[in-house]
Design a protein around this ligand. Structure first.
Ligand code: NAI
Length: 340
C-alpha cells in the first residue's frame, strides 16, 4: 500500500502562478490560496505550509496545525515565521536561499538611479504636460563610492553592478569574502568607515537580533553628509526615527527603500487605529508615513523580488524543498545547526 498523500497548503499564490504550482505538485493533496495565511483560513489537516513573505506564521498558527511537519518559506528571508516555536516543535523551515540575487540587486539600483536622476519627479512633470528639465539635475554614479553592508549573494551582485558603473566599492561583513574582494576589486572596511566614506549605502544583511537597527540614531550621524541610503533587505535594519532625523535635517540626500520596519501595518492601518499594535509599533508606523511622504525618498512595497523569472525560481526551489523533505533528505533548513 502506498503512503497517504501529504496535504500541502500554499498561501499568497498569485492567480497566474496557480497552474504552474499545481502542475509541479503531482503526488500531493494540494490547496492553493491567493490569500495570506491567517488563523481563520488555516486548514487543520495541513502537513506542509508554504507561504510567501507577506504571510506571517505566528506561534498560534503553528499551534493550530497539529499535523504540521514542515514550513516552506517561499523567500530568502524567514523572519516572518516564528522560528522559536518551529524549533521547539522540531518543524524545519526550508527557505529559498537564492533565486534573485540579480533580481534584488537590480531593484536596489532602480531605487538608487530613481533618486539620483530624480526620475519620479521628472516623469510626473512630463505627464502633467510640463516638458522642462530645470530643477531636475542629477548626479553621476561613475567615480562615486558605494558601501555594501552584507556581501552575501545579493550584496556581491550589487558590487558587480556597481563596478559596471565604474564606482568604487567598500564592503562591510563580519564574514568577509576576501577572494571575491580581490576578484571584484573592492575593499572591506569597518562599518563606521563605510558609513563615513560612502556616497551610497546599500543594505544586504538579514534581519537578526544583532542586525536590528544596524543603522541607528547614534551611527546615522557618522554617515557622510549628502549620502543616499538604499535598503532592499529588511526594514528592521534601520531605526525609522533615525532615518526621519537624517532626512529632515538634510544630513542625507535621500533614501530608496523597498522595506520598512513593521511594514504590515502600512497595509492594515485600521490595526493601528484600533489599538491592535503596541505604542512602539504605532510610533514606527508614524515614522514610516513621514518617510513615505518625504520628497527625497522613493519607497516601493517590498517588491524587489518580484520579477517573472525570480518567481518561477522561488516556486521551483520551494517544490524541491518539499520533495526533499518528504524523501527524508531535508535541504535549505534554516533551523538546522550551521555546518562548521
Ligand atoms: P546572504 O545570506 O547570501 O548574505 C547575507 C550577508 O550578510 C552574509 O554575507 C552575512 O555574513 C552578512 N551579515 C551577517 N550579519 C551581518 C552584519 N551584522 N553586518 C553586515 N553583514 C552581515 O543573503 P542574501 O541572499 O544576500 O539576502 C540578504 C537579505 O536580503 C535577506 O536576508 C533578505 O532579508 C533580503 N531580501 C529581500 C528581498 C526583497 O524582496 N526586498 C528579497 C530577497 C532577500
Amino acid at each position: 500500500m502506498s503512503a497517504p498523500k501529504l496535504n500541502v497548503a500554499f498561501y499568497g499564490i498569485w492567480p497566474e502562478m496557480k497552474d504552474y504550482v499545481r502542475s509541479k505538485m503531482s503526488g500531493f493533496h494540494c490547496t492553493i490560496s491567493g490569500k495570506k495565511v491567517s488563523v481563520e483560513n488555516l486548514k487543520p489537516e495541513t502537513d506542509i505550509l508554504a507561504v510567501f513573505v507577506e504571510s506571517p506564521v505566528t506561534k498560534s498558527m503553528i499551534n493550530k496545525l497539529p499535523k504540521l511537519k514542515m514550513i516552506a518559506a517561499m523567500s530568502t528571508g524567514y523572519d516572518h515565521v516564528d522560528i522559536k516555536t518551529a524549533k521547539i516543535k522540531k518543524i524545519p523551515i526550508c527557505n529559498v536561499p537564492s533565486y534573485g540575487e540579480n533580481t534584488v540587486a537590480e531593484h536596489a539600483f532602480a531605487l538608487l538611479l530613481g533618486l539620483t536622476r530624480k526620475l519620479f519627479l521628472s516623469v510626473k512633470r512630463v505627464k502633467e504636460g510640463v516638458y522642462d528639465f530645470h530643477g531636475l539635475r542629477g548626479i553621476d554614479l561613475k567615480g562615486k563610492t558605494i558601501g555594501v553592508i552584507g556581501t552575501g549573494r545579493i550584496g556581491m551582485h550589487v558590487v558587480e553592478i556597481a563596478k559596471g558603473f565604474e564606482m568604487n566599492v567598500l564592503g562591510f561583513d563580519p564574514f568577509p569574502n576576501k577572494e571575491m574582494a580581490k576578484k571584484l576589486d573592492f575593499t572591506y572596511v569597518s562599518l563606521n568607515k563605510l558609513l563615513a566614506q560612502s556616497d551610497f549605502i546599500s543594505l544586504h544583511t538579514p534581519l537578526f537580533p544583532e542586525t536590528y537597527h544596524l543603522i541607528n540614531k547614534k551611527n546615522i550621524k557618522k554617515v557622510k553628509p549628502g549620502a543616499y541610503i538604499i535598503n532592499t533587505a529588511r526594514g528592521g535594519l534601520i531605526d525609522p526615527e533615525a532615518l526621519v532625523w537624517a532626512l529632515q535635517s538634510k544630513h542625507i540626500a535621500g533614501a530608496g527603500l523597498d522595506v520598512l520596519e513593521d511594514e504590515g501595518f502600512i497595509q492594515n492601518e485600521e490595526q493601528v487605529i484600533s489599538g491592535d499594535c503596541t505604542e512602539c509599533q504605532m510610533k514606527t508606523n508614524l515614522m514610516n508615513n513621514i518617510i513615505i511622504d518625504h520628497p527625497n525618498t522613493i519607497v516601493t512595497p517590498h517588491n524587489a523580488f518580484n520579477s517573472t523569472e525570480a518567481l518561477r525560481r522561488i516556486v521551483d526551489t520551494t517544490i524541491e524543498n518539499i520533495r526533499a523533505f518528504v524523501k527524508g533528505e531535508t535541504i535549505n533548513d534554516v533551523t538546522a545547526p550551521k555546518k562548521k
